[in-house]
Design a protein around this ligand. Structure first.
Ligand SMILES: Nc1nc2c(c(=O)[nH]1)N[C@H]1C(S)=C(S)[C@@H](COP(=O)(O)OP(=O)(O)OC[C@H]3O[C@@H](n4cnc5c(=O)[nH]c(N)nc54)[C@H](O)[C@@H]3O)O[C@H]1N2
Ligand SMILES: Nc1nc2c(c(=O)[nH]1)N[C@H]1C(S)=C(S)[C@@H](COP(=O)(O)OP(=O)(O)OC[C@H]3O[C@@H](n4cnc5c(=O)[nH]c(N)nc54)[C@H](O)[C@@H]3O)O[C@H]1N2
Ligand code: SF4
Ligand SMILES: [Mo]
Length: 715
């Protein structure tokens, strides 16, 4: 991978490891001094297509930011745990060597384990990196061997993932490249232009060939603004719409009987259920017209190929599970899966199967002082976990995540993090809303600074990310950190000495019976990845000759082996076996609406990645328009005598946030919106998560950021 002519420059194949469906192949140009001087999208990767999003095009601003934490830090004695002002963090911490930090952390974790039991140690991580190694490998080995609590990683996609699996058994979907063949694209709770921009060129190509784009989203995103039809649905009512579409499809005989007979289970029960969802009732819930519901159903069922881009927006609601189940059933009802370019996708992650047991070693729990599988702690209720007294958490180890900004119910989370008796370690690249509460801060690397491999949740390529530059300062990768800690704890297992290459080989290993964990990955080797950078999964090697059409002929990994409209497994555990619409507790139909009548969309920013990038000036400039803004329909403002530009208080029983009103007539009446930011960048040290709750979704026990009621008043 050394460029041929310009000897002092090297070009290295890396992979963007941020939590984004696109998992771009990124070529990094490194100069003779070992400094990265350019990042660009790899034009030979069929989904990346040679370009990067606005956030990562400016990646060197992040890698070489003067604000990077360059060495390990320890809280100075006597400094209380509280939010710090940006730029003043160094005053609360003092530099220590890695040796000192690691020894002290190992000793303290041992002490906590001896005194309170190993399960009082809680690792807290999410998707700062989604590389196989960085996301979960040596860290898992370490915490398993410690006997620490296991973290239930539910904050993002569990409701939708579990729901999709109840219907199809596996998260697969239409290949991104095939979207260009669609004639109708339905983006359902999916901000493609903002969050999945590499699907956009495929959609543009489809539209040049006559396709229509319909967006269902309460917020007029960039994607919605560019659509042929934007349906500004009321939050949390999508299940009603999907069932209403089924009602119309079945009434008019637009379903695909051949597909239904061959591939599905429980059609009659579903048809019965859909009867109640007349277009008129659906209109009353969703804010659409009955004619609109009918038109959408007809257009969807009669256009071929029709494809759904269902992203995770709809499932961050209280009944997100039932909602995703209902929507996911639509392409099975119309047989859309049969047509190349038709069908749908929530996530493609089910196609990647690494030898996870070898990578994460859950068996090490049996060698821990606990000697059994540890308890699960739900990350979407971190505030509760840190403040409840029955089964306490006494040590918290945060990496790949910034819960001080992204976890719901910020005020409770903050109360937990501020506990002086809680020993907290944070491994990150910057002083975040979470590092402010740390006892030790350890500097982490970017994807340019360590080696990893990666699948994707928006395409079908396995990719290698080779270390392009030396770690900046004394920063170290997750694999290095937890390997070191394992050794310092005196763990004798060889696996704590594995190198990244060892772990990659284990992840891809062909077992003794000659198979990898996934037959579609048998052709993928370490050497192959090193040479080619990215390799398609087996079923995607010859898309023109052998297009991938999921759920069209195979036996599915559901209990019935079919697409399940009706789930006996759910009935058996007392859940509704069919999808239904139930209004969220925190919605205009809920009791709390008497006090807090407005539905809040606590959104993400197009130019940040959750809380990542929010501290970089260039990225902040791109988001300046919505900085500390509350978007509000003019009618809602008028009834409160609020005008454009006015500073207001947004509040509910959990918290209160001061924002500036920006009128937005594209929002449904009764819906307000604001976007995520670092709490410490707001003058009050707060962000939208002071308003969100720790209520969990109906399936998968996920977070419900989009089911939040508030009231707004003059400040
Ligand atoms: N630029 C950028 N890209 C990102 C991220 C980011 O923060 N910024 N985050 C990454 C992450 S972590 C993820 S999980 C993916 C997520 O990707 P998406 O699932 O697309 O994420 P969201 O933006 O949360 O939700 C998509 C849309 O759903 C809408 N929505 C909210 N409630 C409802 C509802 O009840 N019904 C309907 N129909 N729509 C609703 C929101 O207004 C939003 O525009 O994107 C990733 N990519
Ligand atoms: N209000 C509101 N809250 C939300 C959401 C929302 O839409 N609205 N979205 C939710 C969703 S979908 C998600 S996925 C979560 C995301 O929550 P998180 O996974 O916490 O995501 P980020 O905010 O990107 O924080 C990731 C952190 O990991 C760090 N990091 C990056 N690479 C590495 C590495 O290699 N090693 C280590 N140790 N650290 C690294 C980054 O610097 C960053 O501080 O947020 C959730 N919170
Ligand atoms: S954030 Fe997404 S679109 Fe941007 S470079 Fe990374 S993978 Fe590609
Ligand atoms: Mo997410």
């Amino acid at each position: 991978m050394v460029s041929a002519s310009a000897a002092p420059f090297r070009i290295v194949h890396t992979v963007c490891s941020h939590d984004c469906p696109d998992s771009c192949a990124v070529l990094v140009t490194v100069n003779g001094d070992g400094r990265a001087v350019k990042v660009e999208g790899d034009s030979s990767q069929p989904v990346t297509q040679g370009f990067l999003c606005g956030k990562v095009a400016k990646y060197l601003d992040r890698v070489y930011s003067p604000e990077r934490i360059l060495y390990p830090l320890r809280r100075k004695p006597g400094i209380p745990k509280q939010a710090l002002q940006r730029g003043h963090e160094h005053e609360a911490f003092e530099r220590v060597s890695w040796d000192e930090a690691l020894d002290a952390i190992a000793a303290r974790l041992q002490q906590v384990s001896d005194r309170y039991g190993s399960e009082s140690i809680l690792p807290y991580s999410y998707a700062g990196t989604i590389g196989v190694l960085g996301y979960g490998s040596m860290d898992r080995r370490f915490f398993h061997r410690m006997g620490a609590s296991r973290l239930d990683r539910t904050i993002c996609s569990e409701a939708g993932g579990v729901a999709w699996n109840t219907v199809y058994g596996k998260k697969l979907g239409t290949p991104a490249e095939d979207f260009r063949l669609a004639k109708l694209i339905l983006a359902w709770g999916a901000n493609i232009h903002g969050n999945n921009v590499h699907l956009w060129p495929m959609i543009e190509q489809a539209r040049r060939n006559g396709a229509r784009l319909i967006v269902i989203d309460p917020y007029r995103t960039r994607t919605a603004a560019l659509a042929d039809w934007h349906i500004a649905i009321r939050p949390g009512t999508d299940a009603a719409l999907a069932l209403g579409m089924m009602h119309v499809i079945l009434n008019e005989g637009l379903e695909d009987r051949a597909y239904i007979d061959a591939m599905t289970h429980g059609f009659n029960e579903l048809a019965q259920r859909a009867r109640a969802y007349t277009p008129e009732r659906v209109a009353a819930w969703t804010g659409m017209t009955a004619a609109g519901v009918e038109q959408l159903a007809r257009e969807y069922a009669t256009t071929r190929p029709a494809v759904l881009r269902l992203n995770y927006g709809v499932q961050r609601a209280e009944h997100g599970g039932a909602t995703v189940r209902a929507i996911a059933m639509l392409p099975a009802l119309t047989g859309a899966w049969k047509y190349r370019g038709g069908g749908g996708v929530l996530s493609t992650s089910g196609a990647f199967k690494w030898n996870e047991d070898a990578v994460r070693r859950p068996d090490l729990q049996y060698a821990s002082p606990l000697g059994r599988e540890a308890r699960l702690v739900n990350m979407s209720a971190l505030g509760q976990a840190l403040t409840e007294i029955d089964s306490p958490v006494n040590a918290l180890f945060v990496y790949n995540s910034n819960p001080g900004a992204v976890a719901p119910n910020h005020n409770t989370v903050k109360r937990g993090l501020a506990r002086e008796d809680l020993f907290t370690v944070v491994h990150d690249l910057f002083f975040t809303d979470t590092t402010d509460y740390a006892d030790y801060i350890l500097p982490a690397t970017t994807f340019l600074e360590h080696t990893d491999i990666q699948g994707a949740y928006g395409h079908y390529f396995v990719q290698m990310s080779k270390q392009a530059i030396e770690p900046v300062g004394e920063s170290r990768s997750n694999v290095w950190l937890f390997g070191q800690l394992g050794q310092r704890m005196g763990f004798a297992e060889e696996c704590f000495r594995d190198t990244p290459e060892d772990i990659i080989r284990q992840a891809l290993a062909i077992s003794e019976d000659g198979h990898s964990a996934n037959p579609e990955m048998e052709h993928i080797t370490y050497e192959g990845l090193e040479e080619q950078g990215h390799i398609p999964l087996g079923f995607h090697r010859e898309p023109e000759v052998n297009p991938f059409l999921p759920y069209t002929s195979e036996t599915l990994p559901t209990p019935s082996g079919k697409v399940e409209f009706y789930s006996e497994a759910m009935a058996a555990v007392g859940q509704d076996p069919l999808p239904a619409f139930i209004p969220p507790t925190e919605s205009r139909w809920g009791k709390a609406a008497e006090q807090y009548p407005l539905e809040l969309l606590a959104r993400k920013a197009d130019n940040y990645m959750n809380s990542t990038f929010a501290n970089l000036d260039g990225h902040r400039k791109m988001e300046a328009r919505t900085n500390q803004r509350l978007e509000m329909h003019p009618e809602d403002a008028k009834t409160r005598s609020i005008v454009e530009g006015e500073r207001v208080k947004v509040f509910n029983e959990r918290g209160s946030l001061r924002l500036t009103v920006m009128l937005n007539a594209d929002l449904p009446v009764g819906v307000v919106a604001t976007r995520l930011d670092w709490a410490k960048l707001h003058p009050d040290g707060l962000n939208s998560n002071v308003l969100t709750s720790e209520r969990l979704t109906d399936l998968g026990a996920g977070a419900t950021f989009y089911s939040t009621l508030v009231e707004v008043a003059k400040n």
